[in-house]
Write a new protein. Structure first.
Ligand code: UD1
Length: 376
């Protein structure tokens, strides 16, 4: 069985890494990897961490490129690889432009498609944009759907997907997280936490200084919503008893407003995008996480860290139901109020800070490989 895994961004690489490693260890499977490199630096960090050497690298990232330019380039450059390698299966993960275009292209070549992290939906085509439509496109083209949770499976069944083509596998993000969380805390993280005096007693009062970790980069938040998020961070920083650490995504639409509004603010540390290993370790040490990322909504519950989700809707209701995620949107005062409540009220904090893991048991990759081998 010949399998081509195609991915393009950092989060896809994190979640596909356990699958790629499992495929490589399976007899009877010839596994190759193609990266579109829709991200460059951010993707390469993850490839190094998981020691994945792509067989094909389309190197498609251009500065601030449009979705149309990227899509056209994937069609043009991936097609000859499908024609040459002739895989039996193409695997894609999640909901990026790489996923939607690759799934469609594989269909044009009459190659079977396996979709990892299938069935996530907000049922609002504009949120997240363009991911909600990207994952639906992948779902329409897919022959085998690897649903991470029962709710994701139910979403697919409601859309008429045949039950026998859905495998309930969990999300390989938990496999990746376990692999990385076991490794020692990197020196860079230790040094940063020491410098910021995290968990050190404060000179005034009995409290210790706490870490608030932030990531925000979603397209539907570009413009005013992202600016409102930054203003909330500025206000929270004025408390003086928290250190806000924000690794800033390389997209120019994120870099510009974040640097303009937060660069010289006391108690706010802006960092370049972090490698997955330090990010996971920072997450473990955070008191509170504010994010619009999808993956962090899956990872933080596993550590029992409360997450305020900077979005109006989520395709990960499992974490909200479990009580560790709370949707707060992007309104400045709402963010400040919700964060303040958690920081000031131990009972409110304790209610959210419970470790649950609705997204997988760390064995998703092997279940995905088994489902491929058993497909009839
Ligand atoms: C993409 C995905 C989004 C995912 C996110 C994770 C789409 C439409 N969006 O958004 O679903 O959540 O990745 O990060 O597929 N850049 C660099 N270096 C990098 C990466 C990006 O300079 O390593 C800059 C480039 O200017 C690039 C821009 O960021 O053009 C945007 O990257 P792109 O892949 O188009 O979208 P993201 O906003 O990263």
């Amino acid at each position: 069985m010949k399998i081509l895994s195609v991915f393009g961004t950092r989060p896809e690489a994190v979640k596909m890494a356990p699958v790629v490693r499992a495929l490589a260890q399976t007899k009877g499977i010839e596994s190759r990897v193609c990266v579109t490199a829709q991200h460059r630096q951010m993707l390469d960090q993850v490839l190094d961490l998981f020691q994945i050497k792509p067989d094909y690298d389309l190197d498609l990232m251009r500065d601030d490129q449009s979705l149309a330019e990227l899509s056209a380039a994937i069609f043009t450059d991936l097609d000859p690889i499908l024609a040459g390698f002739k895989p039996d299966w193409v695997l894609v993960q999640g909901d990026t432009t790489t996923v939607a275009i690759t799934a469609l292209l594989a269909y044009y070549r009459r190659i079977r498609v396996g979709h990892v992290e299938a069935g996530l939906r907000t049922h609002d085509k504009w949120q997240p944009f363009p991911e909600e439509i990207n994952r639906r496109v992948a779902g329409v083209a897919a022959d085998l759907h690897f649903a991470p949770t029962e709710q994701a499976r139910q979403n697919l069944l409601r859309e008429g997907v045949i039950d026998a083509t859905i495998a309930l596998t969990g999300n390989p993000v938990i496999d990746a997280l376990q692999f990385v969380a076991k490794q020692a805390e990197p020196e860079t993280v230790k040094q940063l936490l020491d410098k910021l005096e995290i968990e050190k007693p404060m000179t005034k009062g009995p409290e210790t200084r706490r870490l608030v970790l932030v990531t925000a980069h979603r397209r539907e938040n570009f413009g005013k919503p992202l600016e409102d998020i930054c203003l909330a961070l500025k206000e929270l920083a004025e408390r003086g008893d928290v250190e806000i650490v924000y690794p800033v995504h390389l997209n120019p639409n994120v870099q510009e407003p974040v640097n303009r509004l937060l660069k010289h603010v006391e108690h706010v540390t802006l960092l370049p995008p972090l490698d997955y290993l330090p990010l996971v370790h920072l997450m473990k040490r955070a008191t509170l996480i504010l994010t619009d990322s999808g993956g962090i909504q899956e990872e933080a519950p596993a550590f029992g860290i409360p997450v305020l989700v900077l979005r109006e809707v989520t395709e990960r209701p499992e974490g909200v139901e479990a009580g560790t995620l709370k949707l707060v949107g992007t309104d400045t005062q709402r963010i400040v109020a919700e964060a303040t409540r958690l920081l000031d009220q131990p009972s409110a904090y304790a209610e959210m800070a419970k470790a649950v893991n609705p997204f997988g048991d760390g064995h998703a990759a092997e279940k995905i490989v088994a489902a491929l081998l058993n497909f009839k």
